[in-house]
Ligand binder design. Structure first.
Ligand SMILES: C[S@@+](CC[C@H](N)C(=O)[O-])C[C@H]1O[C@@H](n2cnc3c(N)ncnc32)[C@H](O)[C@@H]1O
Ligand SMILES: [Zn+2]
Length: 320
């Protein structure tokens, strides 16, 4: 991952309110991160530093609260547990589309950016997403990652609605299992477009038929077509279901039993008996599966030229 110091040297950080460069100052009292934009309401009020990293957030326009973030030193508001390896792998078969798509992004960028290491931004990267292990292990890319909380695998705290990075400053963006958790996905998609250079690549995977997770922080779902249209100013390289109708059905069983028995553990245990439904995804017809997919992906290239309403109707990949 790119070091925070290297990001400062590259002059990447901007104010999430006014877009002016953010400066890091080191003094006797420690380090301060400041917007110096003339007339910016955030100018001269240092951004919070939590767990040693800056929280470059416009708190008036975010679900994040500055005082709460400081009080918990940037810890996640959502309890995050990762069930033990074997059981987790049985319950959640590995994401079969992300490794190939992300590897394709890495290879395309390495062949196109020849004068330096390609810079790839992970949004909502507090945990390493499913299938991204190869990306994190690749020494030939500079990885930048942020989330709304501080984590050992992020360099700063930020909000995807106002990414504190300069226009056109990255070559690739990965946003995995995140767009359902943001209040305004179109705003976040606009920010992805802004921070990418023209010709840069995006990989997004986002739930369609999935139950609410992360409690109060879950807002939206996307059909495959809706997801593609979210990235309307991108040329499509590939898109389709990530987890298909089998996974959607197994999770429906889990949540149906939860609602019937009023018990989360009972739902989880009963759905264990249906683990094979997820494994059947790989035998389903993608055309029918995409209409009932648990989640969908989009890999595309920024062109800046939007596709039209007629184009999105022609795009439909389902089995109707
Ligand atoms: C389901 S988790 C996925 C995490 C990771 N991408 C993965 O696949 O393991 C959703 C993530 O989105 C982050 N998130 C939610 N709202 C966000 C926002 N406005 N900006 C950036 N990240 C956000 C959450 O904190 C959380 O880490
Ligand atoms: Zn500012």
């Amino acid at each position: 991952m790119l070091a925070l110091d290297a990001m400062v040297d590259l002059d990447l950080f901007i104010c999430p309110r006014c877009g002016s460069r953010v400066r890091r100052e080191r003094g006797a009292a420690g380090e301060r991160w400041l917007c110096r934009g003339a007339g910016c309401a955030l100018a001269d009020q240092p951004f919070p530093v939590v767990s040693g990293v800056p929280a470059l957030v416009d708190f008036e326009a975010s679900v994040l609260d500055a005082d709460r973030l400081r009080a918990v030193e940037g810890a996640s508001e959502v309890r995050r547990s990762r069930s033990a390896g074997m059981l987790r792998r049985l319950l959640h078969p590995a994401n079969t589309t992300a490794p190939a798509n992300v590897a394709r992004m890495q290879e395309l960028l390495k062949s196109e950016v020849t004068d330096r290491r390609p810079r790839i931004l992970v949004i909502g990267g507090g945990t390493v997403g499913d299938g991204l292990e190869g990306l994190y292990a690749d020494p030939a890319v500079d990885l930048i990652s942020f989330d709304v909380y501080a984590s050992p695998v992020t360099q700063f705290v930020g909000d995807g609605h106002s990414i504190p990075l300069a226009d056109g400053s990255v070559d690739g963006v990965i946003v995995q299992a995140v767009l359902e958790h943001v209040l305004e996905p179109t705003v976040v998609a606009g920010e992805i477009e802004r921070v990418l250079r023209t010709g840069g690549l995006v990989y997004a995977d986002t739930p369609f038929l999935q139950q609410v997770h992360e409690g109060p922080y879950d807002f939206t779902r996307f059909t495959d077509s809706g997801h593609r249209f979210l990235f309307r100013r991108f040329e499509r390289i590939d898109s389709g279901p990530v987890a298909g109708a089998g996974t959607a059905l197994r999770w429906s069983v889990d949540h149906f039993v939860r609602a019937l028995t009023r018990s989360v553990p009972v739902g989880r245990v009963v759905s264990l008996a249906f683990f094979w439904l997820s494994w059947l995804d790989r035998f389903l017809d993608p055309k029918h599966s995409v209409d009932a997919a648990s989640s969908v992906f989009f890999l595309g290239r920024k062109t800046g030229e939007p596709i039209s309403g007629a184009d999105i109707i022609d795009y439909y990949q389902g089995g109707m």
